[in-house]
Design a protein around this ligand. Structure first.
Ligand code: PXL
Length: 276
């Protein structure tokens, strides 16, 4: 029986992020993607102008269909959430559907480079911390990891034992698998992906840092991790596949001068994700 993943995320037309990226990637992995929209945007928020339609008031009715149909999801993946109420709705979704799911992946999209996004209020931070406790897999960057643990963002370099301690603390709250993505404070010219499995310790995946950060990279990573893991690969293999895939896309961008805000040209390499 084919599996399905519920994707609770925004739908953005131009700029390759969220559902527009995650659904095709998950489909390439032969899994059905079921979108639960949080907002509809014409272009992502890194562009100078975009149309933004908050879907919060319609989410409960939308989700009610799935309750009425007694649908089940093999996995649930959440991304950018725009309001406190949305976090509550997602919390309810997870409580309703998780018993029939193999895992819940929460990408706690909250900030970057030591700063929270402007939309992120202290109340939302508190709610995100509560949501993360229901997750089996979390994919924070270093800013989000520090925020979830209420520790200051490091000023200089960071050590592996500090990262291990932070992941161990986070996993005490619930998540069994954590990948801290794109850490630049570890080694110059490289980005570290720190992979932590509860009660097993850590493994590392290093990638060369090439060019600027590109929007939607986190969504590509969480889609590949969710799809690979649901298809029976280990968490390490899933993250490694995601990191290699992103690197390939970034090389393409550099070669073809793809504008930074246009996201990753994942379409060029979807074939790499097809197996079996
Ligand atoms: O995950 C990136 C992302 C998702 N959704 C929206 C965004 C962005 C990044 O800027 O603006 C609407």
């Amino acid at each position: 029986m084919q599996k399905k993943i519920a994707l609770i995320n925004d739908i953005t037309g131009f700029g390759r992020c969220s559902v527009a990226v995650m659904a095709p990637i998950i489909s390439a992995m032969k899994i059905q993607a079921v979108a639960v929209p949080t907002a509809i945007l014409s272009a992502h928020t890194q562009f100078p102008t975009y149309y933004f339609d908050d879907y919060t008031p319609r989410m409960r009715d939308y989700i009610q269909t799935y309750k009425d149909l007694d649908l089940t999801f093999d996995a649930i993946a959440t991304g950018f959430l725009g309001s406190e109420e949305q976090v509550d709705i997602v919390d309810d979704f997870i409580r309703t559907f998780r018993s029939k799911s193999e895992f819940v992946l929460v990408d706690p999209v909250m900030g970057d480079y030591g700063q929270l996004y402007k939309t992120y209020t202290p109340a939302m931070c508190r709610k995100m911390k509560a949501l993360v406790q229901h997750a089996d897999i979390v994919t924070p960057n270093l800013t989000e990891l520090c925020t979830l643990l209420d520790v200051p963002y490091p000023t200089g370099k960071i050590t592996l034992s500090e990262l291990e301690k932070m992941c161990s603390d986070l996993s005490q709250l619930g998540p069994k698998h954590i990948v801290v993505t794109g850490i630049s404070l570890f080694s110059q010219g490289q980005l570290l992906n720190f992979i932590y499995n509860q009660n097993e310790g850590y493994r590392l995946v290093m990638v060369d840092k090439i060019g600027v950060d590109r929007s939607g990279t986190g969504d590509v990573i969480s889609a590949i991790v969710a799809g690979m893991f649901l298809n029976g690969h280990t968490f390490y293999e899933s993250v490694k596949k995601a990191a290699d895939f992103v690197t390939k896309c970034i090389f393409y961008c550099e070669r073809e001068n793809v504008p930074d805000q246009w996201g990753l040209p994942f379409e060029m390499y979807l074939g790499d994700l097809m197996e079996g």
